[in-house]
Design a binder for this molecule. Sequence first.
Ligand code: ADP
Length: 401
Amino acid sequence: MKVLVINAGSSSLKYQLFDMPGGEVLAKGLCECIAIEGGSITHKRPGKENYKVSVQLDDHETALSWVLKLLTDPELGVIADISEIDAVGHRVAHGGEKLKQSCLIDDEVIKYLYSIVKINPLHGPPAIAGMEGCRKLMKEVPMVGVFDTSFHSTMPEHAYIYPIPYELYEEKGIRRYGFHGTSHRYVANRVAELMGKNIEDLKIITCHLGNGSSITAIDGGKVVDTSMGFTPQEGILMGTRSGTVDPTILTYLMGEGMTAKEVEQMLNKKSGLLGVSGISSDSRAVCDAAAEGHKRAQLALRIQCYGIKKYIGSYIAAMNGLDALVFTAGIGENDRDLRREVCRNMDYFGIAIDEQLNETLPRGSEADLSAADARVRTWLVPTDEEFMIAKDTAKLASSVK
Ligand code: ADP
């Protein structure tokens, strides 16, 4: 079964064509600068040279028609005809309160996604545009939505209700939703598999640390808490986002003359590693500067580690224990110094890693990093959100065939 996975952002569209159930990636690529100047598509096939084309991409539908053209091109393609695509899986950042698991996309689902655009203004419209584009171009092909928020829908009320007037939840949907759910779900299930245990019997903390970062507590396979909230702004320090700050800072700055938009931009785009270090939002650049003695780069990294440690500690308290701690995503998978620092002085919790193994592991490995005598197993598990989306899509699409 061939499954096309689409991840539509505001000006970009990523795609991967999978052969399921094995999960072989036949082709993948990225359309950039949609609806702005300088559009381009990079198309990749395993074992072949990458192909890049500059092309004006007026909207998501145009980008999708190019994707289909490339996938079926006699030279560059991997299938002979569009009809070989059995299903399309869409990554959707927000499923609101209703879409608690991956589902087939129909008019009702699209209508509901429109109704929650207000709480998901950045990611909602491009995801809907991707779905509508596919519907036009691939009329009969079943489509599945996989939502970043779904995995978190098991959180208890006391974890998702903010202590503000309850009417704001009832009337405006203001609550913790959590994000990166597909990644947390993938690595939590994968670690249970690697440990040879049922996820129902495990208490797991997953640290998805990339440009955006979130930490999730999973007890018996169900999320009990997660660090991102109403938006992906909450939680630990990220590349350009502040994570949690005293909300009065916002109103104070607005009193000083900044507009709401400026404050929001500052917290979302100019804070985090970039804001504290003044160097970059890319952790590699900040790590390099820190190694050369740059004080603010060192401070930014210390704030990041300290924040991660505090979430781990609080989630151990929330679950009354921990069996597995998992690192994933760009920073979690690659930054050995961060993993070492986060796990340092955590022996009270039974967390300790084998520092030599941590230093020498090749990139992209799945590995148990724990010291031999550690009570908690600490794992490195590379994430694979697209494969998880393809899996859900194949399963749901088979049910309608
Ligand atoms: P996104 O949230 O955009 O998917 P990624 O998961 O790709 O982000 O993570 C991007 C982050 O991972 C960047 O800060 C980048 O510097 C960091 N990263 C990637 N490789 C390394 C590395 N070898 N060492 C440290 N950080 C790395």
